[in-house]
Design a protein around this ligand. Structure first.
Ligand SMILES: Cc1ncc(COP(=O)(O)O)c(C=O)c1O
Length: 380
C-alpha cells in the first residue's frame, strides 16, 4: 500500500514550528466551517436515548435511508428505493473500499484516474486488483478521454472510478460527460463508481450532475455520498451508496460480515442535516467561493497564472518554478509555515502541481499567498 505523504508533511510542519513560524495549513481537505446545530443537537439527544445503544441492523438504518431517498427526490428528482438502491456507509471512503471487495475478484482490472484521491490506491491494493491509470489532463478539463482507453483494456476492465467535482484537480463534469461514461460502462460491462462527496461544494450557477441521472445508469453505476464535506462532519463517518441494485446488495452482504453500520445517533445527526433547506449548503459554498476568490486573486497578484475552480474545496495550480511538487511543498512548509499538498502525492500526473485546500478565512489565505510569493522569488 502507498505511504502517506502527509506523514512527511507532518515532519515539515514540526520543523516550521521549531523555527518559531506560525502554521497556515492548507494541505488537508478537512473543512473548518461549523456543522449544522441541528445535527449536533440530534446526536446529543440520541446519546441519552437507550434505544440507540444496540447494534444497528436494517430496521435501525431505515429512517436514514428514507431521509436520503427524500433528499435525492428533492435535489435531483430521483426516485430511489431505500430498500434496494440505497445503503448507509461509514463514510464514502469505507464504502469505496468495501464496494471493490464486494464486486470484484483479485486480479480484476480497475480503471483509476491519475491524479486521484490517494486512498483509492490503498483500496485497490486490499482488493488485489490490477490497475490501468486513466490520465486527467489540464487541456481536457481534467476529464478522462474514455475513447482513448485501448479496446483490450476496456474489454477486460471490471470497474471505472470517477469523481466530480474532482479532488485534487477541481475539475467538473457535465451531464453529457456522465452519459458518455455510463454508455462506455454499459458497452463494456463495467461497474461505474462515482465518488461524489463534493456534491454541495459548487460555486455560482454551476450544479454538479449526479451520474444516476444518465440514461441506463441504474444498470451499471453506484454513486457514493458523504456528510463529511457538505456538513463539515468528517469525523462523524457517515455517508451512503446509491445506485445499481446488484452492487448495493453485494455491498450490504459484505458489510454484514464486517461492521454493524454507523451509530444510530450519528445517523440521526445525518437525518437532521439532510433535512435542512438547500440554502444551508449554498451559504457554506458561498463562503468557500469567497476564499477561492481571495486566494486566486492574491496568487494572481504575485504573477502566478491560476485557474479559478467552479467547484470543490481545492485550488489546483501548476507550479511556476523549476521545482518538484514534493520539494515545493516540503521547502515551503519548512521555510514559511504554509503547507500545501504536493501534486505528486495524487499520482505521477500530479507532478508539477500543488493543491491548496480552502480551509482558512480569506485574510489568512492572502497572508499565505504573500509568503508563497516571497518563497517563489528566490526560485524562479
Ligand atoms: C474524493 C474523496 N473521496 C472520499 C473522501 C472521504 O470521504 P468520507 O469522509 O466520506 O470517507 C474524500 C475526502 O477528502 C475525498 O476527497
Amino acid at each position: 500500500m502507498p505511504e502517506s505523504v502527509f506523514l512527511q508533511m507532518d515532519a515539515a510542519k514540526k520543523a516550521a514550528l521549531a523555527r518559531g513560524l506560525s502554521l497556515i495549513d492548507l494541505s488537508i481537505g478537512a473543512s473548518d466551517l461549523p456543522p449544522p446545530q441541528v445535527a449536533l443537537q440530534a446526536l446529543s439527544d440520541a446519546v441519552w436515548d437507550p434505544s440507540t445503544y444496540g447494534y444497528c441492523l436494517r430496521s435501525g438504518f431505515t429512517p436514514l435511508l428514507e431521509a436520503v431517498a427524500d433528499w435525492h427526490q428533492q435535489r435531483f428528482g430521483q426516485k430511489l428505493d431505500p430498500a434496494r438502491e440505497l445503503l448507509p456507509l461509514i463514510g464514502s471512503q469505507e464504502g469505496f473500499s468495501n464496494l471493490l471487495l464486494a464486486t470484484t475478484n483479485p486480479g480484476d482490472l480497475i480503471l483509476l484516474p491519475d491524479p486521484g484521491y490517494p486512498s483509492y490506491l490503498g483500496a485497490v491494493a486490499i482488493a488485489g486488483l490490477q490497475t490501468h491509470l486513466v490520465p486527467l489532463q489540464e487541456d481536457q478539463n481534467f476529464l478522462p478521454d474514455l475513447q482513448a482507453i485501448p479496446a483490450d483494456v476496456a474489454a477486460r476492465a471490471s470497474v471505472l472510478v470517477l469523481s466530480y467535482p474532482n479532488n485534487p484537480t477541481s475539475g467538473v463534469a457535465t451531464p453529457e460527460f456522465m452519459q458518455q461514461a455510463v454508455d462506455f460502462c454499459l458497452q463494456h460491462d463495467i461497474l461505474l463508481i462515482h465518488d461524489f462527496p463534493y456534491v454541495d461544494m459548487v460555486f455560482g450557477d454551476y450544479e454538479a450532475p449526479s451520474v444516476l441521472d444518465a440514461k441506463g445508469a441504474m444498470g451499471c453505476a453506484v454513486e457514493l455520498y458523504s456528510i463529511s464535506k457538505s456538513f463539515h462532519l468528517g469525523g462523524f463517518r457517515l455517508g451512503w451508496a446509491a445506485g445499481n441494485k446488484d452492487a448495493i446488495a453485494a455491498l450490504e452482504q459484505l458489510k454484514s460480515a464486517v461492521d454493524f453500520n454507523q451509530y444510530v445517533g450519528i445517523q440521526r445527526a445525518g437525518i437532521a442535516a439532510l433535512g435542512l433547506p438547500r440554502s444551508h449548503t449554498r451559504q457554506d459554498a458561498r463562503r468557500l467561493m469567497e476564499r477561492r476568490d481571495a486566494l486566486c486573486q492574491a496568487l494572481r497578484g504575485t504573477g502566478w497564472d491560476i485557474s479559478v475552480p467552479q467547484a470543490s474545496m481545492y485550488v489546483w495550480a501548476r507550479i511556476p518554478a523549476p521545482i518538484s511538487s514534493f520539494d515545493f511543498a516540503l521547502d515551503l512548509a519548512r521555510e514559511t509555515g504554509v503547507t500545501v499538498a504536493p501534486g505528486r502525492a495524487f499520482g505521477t500526473r500530479g507532478e508539477g502541481f500543488v493543491r491548496f485546500a480552502l480551509v482558512r478565512e480569506p485574510a489568512m489565505l492572502q497572508e499565505a499567498a504573500q509568503k508563497i510569493a516571497g518563497f517563489l522569488k528566490e526560485r524562479v
